[in-house]
Ligand binder design. Sequence first.
Ligand SMILES: [Zn+2]
Length: 323
Amino acid sequence: MAAPRLPIFDNHFHLDPRGRGLDAVREFARAGGTSLMLVHKPYREHERPNTTLEDFRRDFDTTIALHAKIRSEVPEVTAWVALAPHPAEFTELLKVGWSLDDAHALYMRALDLAATYVRDGKAVAMGEVGRPHWRPIEDAILAKANESMAHAFSLARDLGCAVQIHAETATPESFADLRAHVDAARLPVGKVVKHYSTPIVDTAVNHGIWPSVLIGKGAAEEAAKGGVRWMMETDYMDDALVFDNMTKRSMPIAESWRLVTAGAETEWRSRFKIIGSTGAVLGPKTVPKRTRDLLAKGLMTEEQAWTIHAENPKKVYGIEVDL
Ligand SMILES: [Zn+2]
């Protein structure tokens, strides 16, 4: 029997100009993937944090360029963009000695800049926005992060767009707290997605925030038991694996940038070579593969798959996911 033709949507997928790039998207397509949310990430985070608005603009434009490349070179996959300065960009500035106020001020301006990409139709959502995921966290840092999260929410409210939240592990308590922030900003909760979510699908527990479930082992099965009000993601990072000519060993690209002088591209290029991807995160094939597994095991019907992969993204982002 031929496998059913279904829309297959990965709700959180990164690409990196230094990673596998379009090959990763082609792999997703070959496995049965039809559409994805391309989520912005800082592209030079391993060298130095973005310190000017121009840095942010250049990174945002990189995401837009990657999106255009998918459209022209892998037309069998439909992609949309979620874009915002990553919450880590604020804390990375603190690590290199910026004051809380200065780091916060730049981060806020970067959020405003990101909003113009949504306004201009280049992105359909703001993401990732939110706050650091680690705990414990200094009160002063958390307070500033909550302030910028509130700003992101109000920008999204005014734009009428969705947000993808990066925050601490999704628990009943964290969902309740996020919901309070969403309500304070008067952002409709139906436009709010928790990225990297645990499989908490019950709206009484997730407070109406959409869980974008990271579908590692068992999570998709768990989420499927809870109904259909959720989406699937891999958080594919497109992190390259590089070979170090000096020590003759391979390592993730992030590690390699720490071994050269900050910003020294020439030094980096003469020493390292990209040889593949790390495989440290869920690969591009995971969403199509899990969906087929759930269907095969009878844990999900085709109709339910349509809801999760097409109707839910339409509700949240206003996008048409089809075959
Ligand atoms: Zn991500």
